[in-house]
Write a protein that binds this ligand. Sequence first.
Ligand code: NAG
Ligand code: NAG
Ligand code: NAG
Ligand code: NAG
Length: 265
Amino acid sequence: MATDIDKQTDVLASTTEIVVNNRKRRLWMIISIFLGLFCVAIIAVPTAITLVRKIDTITVSTSSTTSVMVITSVTPSNGLHLFKKKNEMVYAIWNTTAGDNSARSTPGGGIGEYWRTEPPEAAVDGNLRTEYTNHGVCNSSSYVSEECGLRTGFYLTFQSKPFILVNFQMATNKGPLERNPSTITIEGSNNKKVDLVLGKSWTLIYNGSSGLEFILETRKFGKTQTLLNNTLSFASYRFLITSKRGAANCVSYSEVKMMGRYPDE
Ligand SMILES: *[C@@H]1O[C@H](CO)[C@@H](O)[C@H](O)[C@H]1NC(C)=O
Ligand SMILES: *[C@@H]1O[C@H](CO)[C@@H](O)[C@H](O)[C@H]1NC(C)=O
Ligand SMILES: *[C@@H]1O[C@H](CO)[C@@H](O)[C@H](O)[C@H]1NC(C)=O
Ligand SMILES: *[C@@H]1O[C@H](CO)[C@@H](O)[C@H](O)[C@H]1NC(C)=O
């Protein structure tokens, strides 16, 4: 610092120098931060991708620039296994509640039908851009009500090793919020496929929130829901919608992600 305050020019000159020095230092700091982040990204991205491959999750198709963020959100924590659909048949059903027999739901716009281009497979395909839409007691051109689409759902039998369902996460549909499920039931079974239309084949393991009640965006995952105290391993799972957000002529959701652990783990 200039000590001679009489010499205005000196003071000015020294201040200018300090400003320049500060700018240089700041510039260097920014450059080093960028370099640091770049190094972290180079190391972190392949590691994250390797991790995901190992656990065999669905979404590896994201671009490398955003992969770190996206991958952490789809990788099941606590060493859980994410159910990944292979060639499983997914059965659309309606007119049922936990413990009851189900009726087969067919594609179409009528009562008890699911929208042709929005089949049950779409709920378990790992793709947020597809969805499952069922009218339940309503039809596609009927009144809108809180009732439409309730008591519908789907079931499937794993081709992969059966697991104990620990967590699940649902995702909202592409359209009106009112169509999103609010509450659901989940049941499990180890019975033969032909018996899965019968209510007595199923054991109730969850009755509660879909995790979507606070999600205001379309095609977005809700809160991960945990099944408390569940220790039963099942090869088949049945999901039924028991209430939805509001009045609409159907119920619709884009994903149901299932995460579990093997009994011998
Ligand atoms: C709906 O379920 C009830 C029993 O809960 C049954 O009496 C009725 O026949 C079913 N309707 C259809 C169309 O399957
Ligand atoms: C699920 O919970 C609701 C609300 O607590 C209850 O009314 C309903 O009977 C339960 N369903 C079953 C199948 O236990
Ligand atoms: C749809 O339901 C309404 C009653 O809400 C009925 O008037 C109409 O005929 C139904 N349409 C079809 C295609 O089933
Ligand atoms: C789970 O078990 C705990 C402790 O045994 C109990 O307090 C809780 O009510 C149970 N929860 C359910 C949903 O059964």
